[in-house]
Design a binder for this molecule. Sequence first.
Ligand code: ADP
Length: 262
Amino acid sequence: ILPQKGIDEVREDVEKWAEQKSAEIELLKQNEAYRKEFLQNLAHEFKTPIFAIQGYVDTLLNGAIDNTEVNRRFLENASKNIDRMVNLVEDLDEISKLESGEQPLYKENFVIQDLIKEVFETLSIKTAARQIKTSIKKGCEAPIMVFADKEKIRQVLNNLVVNATKYGKNNGSIVASIYKTDGAHVLVEISDDGIGIAEEHLPRVFERFYRTDRGRSRNVGGTGLGLAICKHIIEAHGQTIHIRSKIDVGTTVGFTLATKRN
Ligand code: ADP
């Protein structure tokens, strides 16, 4: 027979139990608030393009369709808004897969500079349209092998270079730097000389749907999910991502990767 617990011990147990329960309740409340906010954001992000499409289509149906100049413009505008929704759905699909941990990582050894060059090449139409130059920083060209999921890192680089282009300035430049930090890691940075981000926004730009007013007012499209996706991918690799920026000077986003495995 176990010795009976003293009153103080019983009190301690009860207090511990109550503490644990209130922590659980707090967590549930937070999850609930998070879900609510997520749904509100989602509805908000879909509302803008849907109402725009509705406006164009209704105006066409109400007679504008007979005006050949107007109907083409309206259809083009409707099409742009449809593209925006397609991007949103694709980004949402990606983020939900990443969050559920459904997507395994297929890691391999590859040269990080080669991948950066491929991404610059793929986006060259977008960057050239604004006369933005892309390059690898001098002194960072010596090939470095990393061990990571190449296609996912391609997506990270793609999102970062797209942002640097969207929020960059005409005739600006985008520079990739690669540094060995220790024997086992590299730091990859994508820098632009664009509009920059005010300090108060910096801690939140990796949150889903977070966009700065300045970013929104540029009217460059965007879902507010790009950086959240980058963060998920880098953290899934057990690595870190960070941002630094100065308004009207530029932005640098950097992330670490593991170097080659034998
Ligand atoms: P979005 O689809 O809006 O670009 P992101 O998650 O990629 O979403 O970025 C979140 C916000 O951070 C952007 O809306 C923009 O305000 C800001 N931002 C991201 N990258 C840059 C950059 N290179 N320069 C300036 N602002 C940026």
